[in-house]
Design a protein around this ligand. Structure first.
Ligand SMILES: Nc1ncnc2c1ncn2[C@@H]1O[C@H](COP(=O)(O)OP(=O)(O)OP(=O)(O)O)[C@@H](O)[C@H]1O
Ligand SMILES: [Mg+2]
Length: 475
C-alpha cells in the first residue's frame, strides 16, 4: 500500500521537531522567569537587610536616649543571642520580623556601670562586693555568679535558677535583684554578676559579734519576718533549700531579707519524685534529707528555720554535726529517737532501712531535750521550736501556721522593726570574712556521700556511747 503526500511518519517527525522547538521556547521562558524571580528575591533581601540595620541603629539610639545621663559604655557589644533570637517570617508575601525577647531585663548592661567599693565576701567560688552605681551613686551588692567546678562550659543551672527566682520575687523579706550585668569577656561565666539591693548585715556576722544575745522581742521580730518571707516563697512554689543565718540579711531599719537563692528551685504539688538530696548546709539539714529522702518539700525549709530559731537564742549554731552521721546523732539527741508513733514513714527512707537504733535504755533521753537546752524560753517558745524540729516532716508546721503561733502574741511582744538596735556594718568595711560554718553542698556529690561515707562512719561507731546514752549503727 503506497500513497502520495506525507507519510504518517513524516508528519510525526515534523510534529516532533515542532514540539521540540516549543519545548525549548518554553524552557527559555521559564529560565528567564526564574532568573527574574531570583533577581527580585535578591533585591528584596538586600532591602530587608537595610531596613533591619536601620531599625537596629534606631534602637541603639533609643537606648542611648534612655542612658543620656550615663557615660557611654567602654565597648558596645551586640550579643550573638540577640541576633539569633531574631527570626524572619513571611506572611502573605510580606516579610515580618519576629523577635523573641530574652526576659524583662533585655540586654545586660556592663559591670563597668559600677565602681567597686569593697569586698564583702570571697569564697572558693563566690564573690560578693559592695559597689556604687556610677551615675546615681546608689550603693548595691554585686554578686558574681558561681561557676560549677565540674562544668565550666555552660551557664550553671543553679545560677540560672537564682536569677529566675530572684527576678520573679517581690517581697519585703526577700532581697531584691536590681539587674544582671556582665563583664568585658562575656564568654566567661565568671563575668556575670547579680546586682542586689545592698543590705548592711547578715545575721551570722551580727551573732558572731554581738556581746549579748538578741532580746526575746527581737528574736520574735526576726522570726516573724523570716516566716513571712518563707511563706511567700512557699506560696509561690519556691523551696529555698539553704536557709541559714549567713543567708539572712538585716538592714539598719530592722528589716530581714532572705538571700542566696543558689540552691533554690521551683517545685510543684506534689513535689517531683526525685529531687537532689544534697541540699541545705549540714547544720541546717533536715533529718529526712540526711536519711536520703528523694521526695521532700517545704518542711525542709521549716526545719532550717527551727535551727535558726535556736541559733538566734544562743548565738551558736544549734546542731553542729561534724558529718552527716554526727549531724543525725545530734538531731536524735536533741529531738528524741524516731519511733513508729513519732515518725511512721521513717523506716521507708533509703538510709534508715539499715539503721539500727539502740533499744531505749532506762533513763536515756529518748524524748525531746529542747526544754532542757533552752531553760529560759517560754512554754510557747518551746512548743514552737519543738514543732519546727519535729522529726516527721509531715508534722512540722507550715510557714503560715508558724506565723499564727501564739508565741508571737505573748509578751514580750515582737519589737517594732524601727526600734531595732543598729550594728556596725561588716559589709561596709574593707575586710573579708572568714567563715567557720560548713559551706552549702556542691552539686553532683550526693551519690558518693550517701553510699560510701555514711555507712562507713556508722560501722565505725559500733560501741560508741554519747550524750543521751545511745548510739547509732548501720547493720
Ligand atoms: N545584697 C547583699 N547585701 C549585702 N551583703 C550581701 C548581700 N548578698 C550577700 N551578701 C553577703 O555576702 C555573703 C555571701 O552571699 P551569698 O550567700 O548570696 O553568696 P554565696 O556565694 O552563695 O555564699 P555561700 O556559699 O557562703 O552561701 C552573705 O553571707 C552576706 O554576708
Ligand atoms: Mg550564702
Amino acid at each position: 500500500m503506497t500513497g502520495k503526500g506525507k507519510s504518517r511518519w513524516a508528519n510525526d517527525e515534523e510534529d516532533a521537531a515542532l514540539e521540540a522547538q516549543k519545548k525549548r521556547e518554553k524552557e527559555e521562558k521559564k529560565r528567564i522567569k526564574t532568573e527574574k524571580a531570583r533577581k527580585l528575591e535578591e533585591e528584596k533581601q538586600a532591602r530587608e537587610a537595610k531596613e533591619r540595620k536601620a531599625a537596629e541603629a534606631q534602637r541603639q539610639d533609643h537606648d542611648e536616649d534612655e542612658d543620656a545621663t550615663r557615660p557611654p559604655a567602654k565597648r558596645r557589644r551586640i550579643s550573638p543571642e540577640r541576633e539569633s533570637a531574631t527570626a524572619a517570617t513571611t506572611t502573605g508575601g510580606s516579610s515580618k520580623l519576629l523577635r523573641f525577647e530574652g526576659g524583662a531585663f533585655g540586654r545586660c548592661r556592663s559591670v563597668e556601670n559600677y565602681d567597686k567599693l569593697n569586698d564583702i565576701e570571697e569564697g572558693a567560688y563566690g564573690w560578693v562586693a559592695r559597689a556604687e552605681e556610677k551615675t546615681t551613686g546608689k550603693v548595691v551588692a554585686l554578686k558574681r555568679l558561681k561557676i560549677d567546678p565540674k562544668d565550666r562550659s555552660g551557664l550553671p543551672v543553679t545560677g540560672l535558677r537564682e536569677i529566675q527566682i530572684l527576678k520573679d520575687c517581690d517581697h519585703r523579706n526577700v532581697v531584691k535583684l536590681r539587674e544582671v550585668v556582665v563583664g568585658d569577656d562575656t564568654s566567661k561565666i565568671e563575668n556575670i554578676f547579680l546586682v542586689l539591693e545592698f543590705v548592711e548585715h547578715d545575721l551570722k556576722s551580727i551573732l558572731e559579734d554581738m556581746p549579748e544575745p538578741f532580746l526575746a522581742s527581737e528574736v520574735k521580730t526576726l522570726l516573724l519576718q523570716l516566716a513571712s518571707g518563707v511563706a511567700y516563697l512557699h506560696d509561690n512554689w519556691i523551696l529555698h533549700r539553704d536557709l541559714k543565718t549567713s543567708n539572712l540579711l538585716l538592714n539598719n531599719r530592722g528589716q530581714l531579707k532572705i538571700a542566696d537563692f543558689g540552691m533554690a528551685r521551683y517545685v510543684g504539688d506534689p513535689p517531683p519524685p526525685k529531687l537532689t538530696q544534697l541540699v541545705v548546709t549540714l547544720w541546717y539539714r533536715a533529718p529526712e534529707l540526711l536519711l536520703g529522702a528523694a521526695r521532700y518539700g517545704q518542711a525542709i525549709d521549716m526545719w532550717s528555720i527551727g535551727c535558726i530559731f535556736g541559733e538566734l537564742l544562743t548565738r551558736e549554731p544549734l546542731l553542729q554535726g561534724k558529718n552527716e552521721v554526727d549531724e543525725l546523732q545530734q538531731i536524735f539527741e536533741l529531738c528524741g529517737l524516731p519511733t513508729e508513733e513519732t515518725w511512721p514513714s521513717f523506716r521507708r527512707l533509703p538510709n534508715a532501712r539499715a539503721l539500727r537504733l539502740p533499744p531505749k535504755a532506762p533513763g536515756a533521753a529518748s524524748g525531746s531535750a529542747v526544754r532542757a537546752r533552752f531553760p529560759l524560753l517560754t512554754g510557747a517558745g518551746v512548743s514552737l521550736l519543738n514543732s519546727l524540729l519535729t522529726l516527721d516532716p509531715e508534722r512540722r508546721p507550715s510557714a503560715r501556721e508558724m506565723l499564727a503561733h501564739e508565741y508571737f502574741r505573748q509578751d514580750p511582744k515582737p519589737k517594732v522593726e524601727a526600734m531595732f538596735p543598729t550594728f556596725p556594718s561588716k559589709a561596709g568595711q574593707e575586710r573579708r570574712r572568714k567563715r567557720q560554718t560548713p559551706l552549702a553542698p556542691v552539686r553532683g556529690q550526693a551519690v558518693e556521700l550517701g553510699s560510701v561515707d555514711f555507712s562507713g562512719i556508722f560501722s565505725g561507731r559500733d560501741r560508741e556511747e554519747r550524750g543521751g546514752g545511745f548510739s547509732l549503727r548501720m547493720v
